[in-house]
Design a protein around this ligand. Sequence first.
Ligand code: HEM
Ligand SMILES: *[C@@H]1O[C@H](CO)[C@@H](O)[C@H](O)[C@H]1NC(C)=O
Ligand SMILES: *[C@@H]1O[C@H](CO)[C@@H](O)[C@H](O)[C@H]1NC(C)=O
Ligand SMILES: *[C@@H]1O[C@H](CO)[C@@H](O)[C@H](O)[C@H]1NC(C)=O
Length: 325
Amino acid sequence: MAPAALLLTRVAAATVAVACVLSLGAMAQLSPTFYDASCPNLQTIVRSGMAAAVQQEPRMGASILRLFFHDCFVQGCDASILLDDVPGSFVGEKNAGPNANSVLGYDVINNIKTAVEANCPGIVSCADIVALAVRDGVNLLGGPTWNVSLGRRASTTASQSQANSDLPSPASSLTTLIAVFANKGLSATDMTALSGAHSIGFAQCKNYRSHIYNDTNINKQFVNTLRSNCSATPGASDTNLAPLDTTTQLTFDNAYFGNLVKKKGLLHLEQELFNGGSQDALVQQYSTSPTLFASDFVTAMIKMGNISPLTGTAGQIRANCGKVN
Ligand code: HEM
Ligand SMILES: *[C@@H]1O[C@H](CO)[C@@H](O)[C@H](O)[C@H]1NC(C)=O
Ligand SMILES: *[C@@H]1O[C@H](CO)[C@@H](O)[C@H](O)[C@H]1NC(C)=O
Ligand SMILES: *[C@@H]1O[C@H](CO)[C@@H](O)[C@H](O)[C@H]1NC(C)=O
């Protein structure tokens, strides 16, 4: 080979090597354009799937938002929460204490996954479908929108024990809440902004009973209304629902923070955020500034969505969100 041609070959080889390293590096990063070439209709399909689900049952916007939180806090945002238990061989997260008979919306994600597979089979992870569906659910209920970084892959494992240990209980103190979120790299501000997710959706009596019967930092009239549908003793009323946001229950807005200022938090943990402690000033600000709340909520959602993603060749693209390939 002539020296010039050899040199060119070497330059080309070096360029290919550099390009490979760059693309490996890029693969480890989530990006909003990740599926632009491989599944250009993805965002339209997810949006219309969520629009149909929310039209049929507005609560689904809230349920998918909670599902995402409970996924991301356990092994990262890897769709581990979607894996079904297989008796005798696989223990998933669906039956962990905070999830069992409480997290809803699995069918909504499975239906969207089916629609996505019909359009671009084997390309899009269940973890990314959830991240997009959450954004659309919030937005369809009147909340902000944001660009979702993509490229998360789905786990081949789940951890019921981590779901039991790492998800916060509604009886948590402010100190515990701050620590539980710090454990996932989220600040107290992120935690307070994210709690604004309780602007939509419902809780069962068993989760607010102790707050309405044993706590004193609660509005008297509000307590009386709630007690009429949630008896002091466990029993038939355990699963009765009350809206988390007593003023604008299925609209994603900042009214939840106004409720806290009026001591109308439904759950113990919520009122902990406005009870003479470090988050009082922020709760007060969110209650008067919808734009500050929306902007901090979006920032914190993006941070939560970036917890320990599986990227590159880690994990897999499941054919069915409920089971490992
Ligand atoms: C700060 C700690 C948190 C605790 C202790 C907590 C606890 C709870 C509890 C006990 C319920 C009611 C569940 C039931 O009765 O079945 C609930 C509902 C809900 N949570 Fe949280 N939560 C927290 C933070 C979050 C975060 C960070 C998000 C999302 C960003 C979120 C989203 C929701 C939503 C949307 C609902 C209503 C779900 C539905 O109606 O299906 N929560 N939460
Ligand atoms: C999403 O990204 C595009 C392109 O960078 C940008 O023009 C747009 O404003 C972003 N949208 C939001 C809601 O941040
Ligand atoms: C209230 O607190 C007492 C004492 O801790 C406890 O025995 C009781 O079960 C609590 N009641 C409710 C409704 O949580
Ligand atoms: C009482 O609980 C039922 C069952 O969850 C619910 O449908 C109803 O809206 C609740 N009533 C009030 C006044 O909150």
